[in-house]
Structures are given as structure tokens and as C-alpha cells.
Design a protein around this ligand. Structure first.
Ligand code: ADP
Length: 256
């Protein structure tokens, strides 16, 4: 579904992505973890076509990303990046409707029902007529996610989507993603800071360090006390989560 072949990228001649190759299978949820500045957001920019690689190539559904027309790409890939939450002069419903723009030529689609369903799924229907700017951080995030869902993408790219959300909405949002992956074969690439959330919800995790992939695989393969120490400079104990049987990271505070 998404394939990066030896991709490198830089800002102002400073290389921040260094020869990354990765494959994301259709209908899977893939987490990207790593320290601040390790290149996670840049990786999403490359996959969404916001940024071009210096070398290497990105393929979306088997086709080189650079051969997609903008609208064509928007029908396949939706991207929620950070800091999109200011300067939106719309109501929540208007914002969510904007998610339909790549499909506006499709007169067979029930755009209204799709917008409504997206708002229900993201739990923002009760804010439909509220100006976006008046929502709290977590509510804004959910409204932006509803707009992405209304886009009906096959691939959803999310940069720390649970930022600002309370625990209940974090869990219900991750659960929603998992359901969409199972039900409609959505492919999700999600940057997460919460390693335990990534372990519980992702099929695979890519651990980034200094623009390179340090480890890739299932959560149990990737998240070990060695890799957490190498990637995050943080000592941790990994135990078995008694509920899921998956690894559970317990960070150790340096002064304790
Ligand atoms: P992460 O998402 O893992 O925190 P980023 O991909 O945002 O990392 O950043 C990787 C590196 O690229 C960092 O050193 C960051 O300072 C730099 N960087 C990110 N965006 C820009 C930009 N627009 N211009 C210059 N440097 C940037």
C-alpha cells in the first residue's frame, strides 16, 4: 500500500531522513515512534507528498507518488499533521464538509450522510454548529479527524492524533482506528509518543532514530528495554501486560 525505497530527505541541505526503506501493508495499522527530531513528521510529509525526497522513491498503491495528480492523491491519502488547529474560520460541520472536496465531482455519493457519519465516529456531532475556534484542544483534534474521515481515504496518516485528548477519547480514538482498519481495510500510519498505546493498537512499529529506522516489526519484536534505552536514552523495565499479554513499558526515572 505504501512503500518507501531508500528514501532520503533534507531541509536546507541538512539531511534528516537517511535511506529509509519501509513497507506498510493494506489494512494494517503501523506506528512510528522515536525521539523528538528523529524524523517522524518528515516521514509523514514524504508519504503524503507534502515534501519530495532528495533520493529514493515513495510508492502509494504500487504507483510512484510523484505521478499522482493532487486530487487523485487526496482521494487515497488523508493526513492530519500537527498545528492545524488555528485559523480555521468555520463551524465544525463546515470543516468536516471540506473533507469531501476531493470527491465533489462524484454525484453518486451521499456526501451529507458521509459527513454525518464522520462526525458521529469522531464524536463531534454535538459540536456541529459550533465555531471550530471555540472548541477545546482535544475537541478540535476530533473535529479535524472527522474531516479526514469524511475524505474517505484508503490511507490515513496521523501525527500524534491523541495529543490533547483525555484518556477516554484517546482510547476510543485508537479503538475507532482499529475498527476502521478491520472493517474497511483502512491503512493507518500513526506517530505516537505513548509506547504502550502503540504496542496495544499497532500491528507493526517502526522505531526511528536520527532519520534512520532503528527497528521494525511487531510491537513485541521492536519494544524491548534495549531498544527503548538506545532510542530514547531512557532505562525501562518491560513486563507482560496482564490484560493483553503484550509488552508493557515501565520507564525508570533517573533520580529514583
Ligand atoms: P520528529 O517528528 O521526529 O520530531 P521532524 O521530522 O519534525 O522530527 O524533524 C526532523 C529534523 O528536521 C529536526 O532536526 C527538525 O528540527 C528538522 N526540521 C523539521 N522541519 C523543518 C523545517 N521546516 N525546516 C528546517 N528543519 C526542519
Amino acid at each position: 500500500m505504501v512503500f518507501l525505497n531508500n528514501v532520503s530527505a533534507s531541509y536546507d541541505n541538512r539531511q534528516v531522513i537517511r535511506g529509509i526503506s519501509m513497507r506498510v501493508n493494506k489494512g494494517s495499522m503501523v506506528g512510528v515512534v522515536g525521539k523528538n527530531g528523529s524524523g517522524k513528521t518528515t516521514l509523514l510529509r514524504l508519504i503524503s507528498g507534502i515534501m519530495n525526497p532528495d533520493s529514493g522513491e515513495v510508492f502509494i498503491t504500487g504507483k510512484p507518488l510523484k505521478t499522482y495528480a493532487r486530487m487523485e492523491l487526496a482521494r487515497v491519502v488523508a493526513c492530519l499533521v500537527q498545528n492545524q488547529d488555528s485559523g480555521v474560520p468555520f463551524s465544525v460541520e463546515e470543516l468536516v464538509k471540506l473533507g469531501r472536496w476531493p470527491h465533489r465531482g462524484n454525484s453518486n455519493a451521499d456526501h451529507r450522510a458521509i459527513v454525518n457519519e464522520a462526525m458521529v465516529r469522531a464524536d463531534v456531532l454535538q459540536f456541529a454548529t459550533r465555531p471550530f475556534e471555540t472548541l477545546s484542544g482535544g475537541e478540535k483534534q476530533r473535529a479535524l479527524i472527522a474531516s479526514c474521515l469524511a475524505q474517505e481515504p484508503r490511507i490515513l496518516l496521523l501525527d500524534e492524533p491523541t495529543n490533547h485528548m483525555d484518556l477516554c477519547h484517546q482510547l476510543s480514538f485508537m479503538h475507532l482506528l482499529k475498527q476502521l482498519v478491520a472493517k474497511i481495510n483502512l491503512t493507518v500510519v500513526v506517530i505516537l509518543h505513548d509506547l504502550n498505546m502503540a504496542i496495544e493498537y499497532c500491528d507493526e512499529i517502526h522505531m526511528l532514530m536520527n532519520g534512520r529506522i532503528l527497528r521494525s516489526g511487531t510491537p513485541a519484536e521492536v519494544i524491548t528495554s534495549e531498544s527503548v534505552s538506545a532510542c530514547f536514552d531512557t532505562a525501562s523495565t518491560i513486563i507482560r501486560n496482564p490484560c493483553s499479554g503484550l509488552p508493557l513499558v515501565i520507564p525508570m526515572h533517573p533520580e529514583k
